[in-house]
Design a protein around this ligand. Sequence first.
Ligand code: DAH
Length: 339
Amino acid sequence: MEAQIEELWRTAQTEWQPPLELNQLEALRLKYLGRKGLVPALMQQLRSVDPADRPRVGALINRLKEFVEERHATLQAKLLEEQERERLAHEQLDVTLPGRRRYVGRRHPVQQMMDRALETLISMGFSVQYGPAVENDYYNFEALNFPPDHPARDMQDTFYLDNDLLLRTHTTNIQVRLLEQIPPPIRIVSPGRVYRREEVTARSHLFFHQIDGFYVDKNVSMADLFATLRQFLQTLLGDEVPLRFRPSYFPFVEPGVEVDVACRSCQQQGCALCKHSGWLEVLGAGMVHPEVLKNGGLDPEVYSGFAWGMGIERLVMRSYGIEDIRLLAGNDMRLLAQF
Ligand code: DAH
């Protein structure tokens, strides 16, 4: 067996000589060191060698194995280095080319306005709660004192999912849910997307965004409503913004008001956005109707409250002079990239 190993030694010395390609090197590695290679075969044979001779013969095999391993590592490293040098010599790198621009995502202008409004309201002591977008008739209409034949309930205006379930038409749907769950004082604002089955035009869309505010406690007055909304709108839109409160009607408030802000698009000169009135209606508000308080389990002789609901798209359109709401719903990158 020793003669056999000597023989293999000599062959190995000649075989493991450069020049060798990477693939030849790999074939050699398999030939000697692979699972069915020459070195493992010798190890097999070692078992049948006389135990007295085994250490000596074993040492011979090990020397052969180490020789092959060393040759392989050295030759391979050299080949890889050569390859790399070759690659670098031919590679052309133009460091004056502009880098690849990474697109930076940003929040939608409607979301930005919503976040700013919520930040202001939170600073005024309100907390944020989210109502469900899929609502039943009760919380969206009935509990809010809508008469059964109110036109808003019409299939023309509301997306019904079945007889009872619908897509909320306003974020006011959270009011009676809150009354049922939270004892006064309640100071909550509720943002969300609302849905209306309307013709899509420059001024109306199938969906838009609202924030509703809801304040219920003892001794809440109309003066609180005015003061709160004035502070809120002036913080959001700038101290100088002229506001206008007008009497109005919503089934769930009494009395009700609408609030207009001066149209900025035309500096109140009149434009398509404000329908040439110089004013833009941004929110509805009022004192919470006694029926709504009762539906929420509160005694209207003891508790009172005010509420408001505002459209976000309107405010965005006003701020940037956008005259078509479809631009905000369309997700056109040419528009969105500007914010
Ligand atoms: N829900 C009304 C709408 O969508 C807005 C509104 C008016 C909300 C008066 C209120 C409110 O909470 O008190 O047009």
